[in-house]
Write a protein that binds this ligand. Structure first.
Ligand SMILES: [Zn+2]
Length: 152
């Protein structure tokens, strides 16, 4: 039996699987995880997946991401699954849920929006309008955004 390409397993931490191909780095951006952090990271891009054709996988060692932290990645990876690993065992597995309100992640496309003000900008705030297709509305100026990856 041929198994799906296996990546090096981690002993403790979080595995984010089923990320749409090409979005792994945006996932890290949304989670605020970058190379300067202590956490050991592995990013696997463009692996074959039965369900999705191609997908990305992110592994964060020694850090268990909380559901409210990871839900934000549903913005760009709505099919993502989160696996929490302890002592090499998957102890919890969950899907991500798109939050109804997204604060401080998406940059508004409208240069005149109060959230883009040069002096004292307010924190951006978007309302999820629909999941399929993904659409978000700026709370302040009503500007709609579809492809979030351009506005992270
Ligand atoms: Zn706006």
């Amino acid at each position: 039996m041929k198994k799906e390409l296996k990546v090096v397993p981690i002993k403790n931490g979080t595995v984010i699987d089923h990320i749409a191909a090409g979005q792994a780095l945006n996932v890290l951006k949304i989670l605020g995880i970058h190379a300067r952090m202590d956490a050991a990271l592995s990013v696997v891009m463009n692996v074959l997946s039965k369900q999705m054709g191609r997908k990305d996988i992110v592994k964060v060692e020694d850090r268990e991401l909380k559901p409210e932290e990871v839900d934000k990645i549903a913005l760009i990876a709505p099919q993502a699954t989160i696996n929490i690993i302890r002592d090499s065992e998957v102890i919890a597995k969950h899907k991500v849920y798109l939050p109804e309100v997204i604060e401080g992640i998406i940059r508004c496309a409208n240069p005149n929006c109060i959230s883009n003000a040069e002096r004292e900008p307010v924190i951006s705030k978007f309302i999820t309008v629909s999941e399929n297709p993904l659409r978000f509305r700026c709370f302040y100026c009503e500007r709609m955004i579809e492809d979030v990856s351009e506005y992270l």
